[in-house]
Design a protein around this ligand. Structure first.
Ligand SMILES: *[C@@H]1O[C@H](CO)[C@@H](O)[C@H](O)[C@H]1NC(C)=O
Ligand SMILES: *[C@@H]1O[C@H](CO)[C@@H](O)[C@H](O)[C@H]1NC(C)=O
Length: 275
């Protein structure tokens, strides 16, 4: 008893006096139960129980490790709000093109007026993908209520923002080349030219918010440049990216084609206040 209280005191330090007092009161008490030493038979039985318990636990943990190695638990905390496209989110590493000299992308003008090939490349990124068709049980989980599709019972309109952002960026691109893109040919839904200063200003601010929202922390580096005799930032950096192809595939499978925006449909979700 005194030995045990000794180690207690050593490990507690500042509380030593209080513990001593506490221990004193224990030792003066005569109600501490005493246990008889286990008989050999009881001991071997409990050792057997312990061993089989440990064996079972180890086998269970081994299977759990194998399972977790094959099916890693999703730990993506980047999406705190519901999205019907959650399953389309996958990551991979992508090395950016620098956009200079011979390291240009098919989306770039190459210094001359853009041609049909570049327009087609841009179109392919977002055309007809801005609005998607989602079922009612997904619409019910959206952060903000959306509208049912007229004449398409049980389906609702929603849009993944990346396609709207790409549409915005494409209009900013087009506005650089009035020789090719005339504002009057690019009219939006509200009778406003998509290439007007007002629309482009909206677009720039949407993209600003999107960049800040994503806050890409992929890291760039510098390199000695012989030609300029300077350390220069390398623009072809490698990034942690969502697989755009997967997200685009999600939207392509749910394309909302022709629909009449001027038809107001009664929403069962509003009536039932849920499912
Ligand atoms: C841009 O121009 C260069 C040289 O004229 C050419 O090699 C390259 O293929 C062009 N790139 C694109 C995307 O048109
Ligand atoms: C959409 O939902 C969010 C989160 O509840 C809310 O803060 C926001 O005001 C809503 N937007 C509109 C336009 O109602």
């Amino acid at each position: 008893m005194s030995n045990r209280s000794g180690s207690f005191e050593a490990s507690i330090g500042d509380d030593k006096e209080r513990l001593l007092y506490y221990n004193d009161s224990i030792s003066s008490s005569s109600t501490i139960p005493t246990y008889p030493p286990p008989t050999p038979r009881r001991a071997s039985r409990s050792i057997f129980t312990l061993l089989s318990l440990s064996l079972t636990t180890n086998i269970f943990l081994a299977f759990l490790s194998i399972y977790l190695l094959r099916h890693p638990i999703e730990t993506d905390k980047s999406q705190i709000l519901y999205t019907p496209a959650r399953d389309a989110v996958e990551y991979h590493a992508i090395t950016f093109t620098s956009g200079y000299l011979d390291d240009k992308s098919p989306y770039q003008s190459n210094g001359t007026v853009p041609d049909d090939a570049q327009d087609a490349a841009w179109r392919d990124l977002y055309h007809e993908l801005i609005y998607s068709r989602i079922p009612r049980h997904q619409a019910a989980q959206l952060t903000n209520r959306t509208v049912p599709i007229p004449g398409d019972e049980g389906y609702y309109i929603a849009g993944l923002d990346v396609f709207h952002q790409l549409h915005c960026l494409d209009n900013i691109r087009k506005s650089q080349w009035p020789q090719r893109y005339s504002p009057s040919e690019h009219m939006g839904g509200q009778g406003m030219s998509l290439l007007s200063a007002k629309h482009l200003d909206h677009c720039i601010d949407q993209i600003r918010q999107s960049l800040m929202c994503a806050a890409d922390v992929s890291t760039g580096w510098l390199e000695w440049n012989e030609r300029f005799q300077k350390n220069l930032a390398v623009m072809s950096t490698t990034h942690s990216c969502r697989r755009f192809e997967k997200v685009r595939e999600w939207a392509r499978e749910r394309k909302l084609r022709v629909w009449d925006a001027s038809v107001r449909v009664e929403d069962p979700l509003e009536r039932d206040g849920g499912m």
